[in-house]
Design a protein around this ligand. Structure first.
Ligand code: NAP
Length: 318
């Protein structure tokens, strides 16, 4: 198949590109700064010659969006919103204009669309969307607004011949440098992998190999459209999540951090406390119902595999 991946140069795109190329597909990446062979320039905002790559392709997987690992300043939040909504809208326009549109458009979304909650897991049918939770910083609602606007941009696109799926993905755990797992492991190795602000907030996650398998599953299954959660079936509280990670690497202690210290840490990492403090309790209702089976359903086995691959020096190819 010919698979076009707008925004495919980042963490998730690199994982997908490698796996789909290895499976024998032709992968074309749309990027604002092409350097390699099958990378094609686009601006994420306007139609251009890049749209010819989409015409006649089989699958589009749109990952484009300004990184969320940054301080949530008004300017950064606006850039997070605009880059997602504009790029999704223009991908929809390119598909609408294609003489031979792709049969599937997988659009990245995020598990952050669900509410900050502890009491019950969010699946697609019964989950509660976020934005109105009491007692959380006002700007948290804005990341939910971004996620909703992102999905709406895909929903509103008029693409009658293309099946559309919004992938509400949890954090993709992979051993490559600079990914989420790498950052968490570094913190743990510095002795900072303890509970943050009590650690009751849930962490939803998905192993990189399961993420790739879920994407392949969604490509194959003609009966699946609309929002689909991509998350392992067992999210766990942050203190347990980090405890398991420390055990997998062999780190005995993890210093607890208060909300105040988390603020300082996030500032030092040029990131935001929402990424540490929001309870993301998200489960893969539709994937399980459709018969998808996870290779890494439980965090301990996933963490051991990731640690083994980091120690073996193998990247996402390992
Ligand atoms: N990583 C995760 O665990 C995870 C989980 C859930 C959802 N997501 C979402 O999935 C997507 C991919 O994640 P990722 O971790 O691979 O992100 P990433 O490493 O930040 O890559 C995103 C890509 O988007 C492109 N981009 C950035 N700003 C842009 C703009 N203004 N206009 C057009 N393109 C822009 C960049 O490509 P160029 O610079 O080459 O143009 C970049 O490589 C993101 O939207 C992210 O929010 C990620």
């Amino acid at each position: 198949m010919k698979i076009v991946i707008p925004g495919g140069t980042g963490q998730v795109g690199t994982i997908l590109n490698h796996a789909l190329t290895a499976a024998g597909h032709e992968v074309v990446v749309l990027t604002r700064g092409p350097v390699r062979g099958r990378e094609v320039r686009w601006d994420g905002e306007t139609l251009g010659p890049w749209a010819e790559e989409i015409d006649g392709s089989d699958i589009v997987i749109n990952l484009a969006g300004r990184s969320v690992s940054c301080r949530y300043t008004p300017a950064n939040l606006q850039a997070m919103m605009d880059s997602r909504v504009h790029s999704t809208r223009i991908v929809g326009e390119a598909i609408a204009a294609a003489a031979r549109p792709p049969r599937v458009w997988l659009q990245m979304s995020t598990a952050t669309v669900y509410s900050h909650r502890f009491d019950a897991p969010n699946d697609e049918a019964t989950g509660v969307l976020g934005g109105t939770e009491p007692g959380v910083p006002g700007y948290w609602a804005y990341s939910v607004e971004i996620a909703k606007a992102w999905e709406q941009a895909q929903e509103r696109a008029e693409n009658p011949h293309t099946r559309k799926v919004a992938m509400r993905s949890a954090m993709v755990m992979s051993p490559d440098r600079g990914g989420v797992f790498d950052v968490l492991l570094r913190l743990a190795r510095l002795g900072l992998g303890g509970p943050v602000a009590g650690g009751a907030q849930y962490v939803s996650w998905i192993h990189d190999r399961d993420f790739v398998r879920a994407v392949e599953f969604l490509i194959d299954r003609d009966d699946l459209a609309g929002p689909v959660n991509l998350a392992a079936p067992v999210p766990l509280p942050q203190r347990m999540f980090m405890h398991v990670l420390r055990a997998a690497w062999g780190i005995p202690v993890g210093l607890p951090a208060t909300k105040w210290m988390a603020g300082l840490g996030a500032f030092a990492l040029r990131s935001d406390t929402e990424l540490l403090l929001k309870s993301r309790r998200v489960v893969p209702g539709r994937l399980l119902e459709a018969g998808f089976s996870f290779g890494y359903a439980q965090w301990p086995e996933a963490a051991r595999d990731l640690v083994r691959r980091v120690r073996g020096g193998s990247d996402f190819t390992g």
